[in-house]
Design a protein around this ligand. Structure first.
Ligand SMILES: [Zn+2]
Length: 171
């Protein structure tokens, strides 16, 4: 047994719905609703922002396919897909949560239009961080970068613009 919940679940064959060399999808013991599915990377990352693009894309593709099966096979009202950040998991993890009438789960938020100056600040920060270019990390590219520069996937802990700096990882 590991201390990690995701690694433990991945090691329990009866709970696994999908598995390949990168990902595992399973029914967690602590399900929030019936048929709650977790899609997780097998690898640990210092933070989920360190998971390479191809892996994040693959995780969402698998989550999408599993969601389709769930919707077609269960009598549900819909489902929520959640990515948790800052909950102590070292895996990139997507939670697929089927929703049923009176399931008791409360995901509440109060939508508002937001302040236009604030929105423009956010837009400006992203534009300057990316220079208008978005680079997709393919599997081969990440391996190549890792072998050339070992520290490339490590977080810049304590830096003020940590998230924006991550966007510069592969200029
Ligand atoms: Zn783990």
């Amino acid at each position: 047994m590991n201390k990690c919940k995701v690694c433990d679940a991945a090691a329990a064959p009866r709970a696994v719905l999908f598995e390949d060399e990168d990902l595992v999808a399973y029914l967690p013991e602590d399900a929030v609703t019936t048929a709650h599915v977790v899609v997780a990377t097998k690898r640990h990352f210092p933070s989920i922002f360190e998971a390479p693009d191809y892996l994040v894309a693959w995780a969402f593709a698998i989550a999408n396919k599993l969601s389709k099966v769930l919707i077609e096979s269960l009598n549900m009202q819909g489902l929520n897909t959640l990515v948790q950040i800052g909950r102590g998991s070292e895996h990139f993890t997507i939670n697929i949560i089927p929703r049923f009438e009176n399931d008791g789960l409360k995901l509440m938020w109060n939508p508002s239009k937001g302040d236009m100056d604030e929105l423009k600040n956010v837009q400006g920060a992203f534009n300057s961080a990316t220079s208008g270019k978005w680079i997709f990390e393919t599997k081969g590219k990440v391996q190549e970068e890792k072998s050339e520069k070992n520290n490339v996937l490590k977080p810049v802990a304590g830096e003020e613009n940590y998230l924006l700096k991550q966007l510069h990882r592969y200029p």
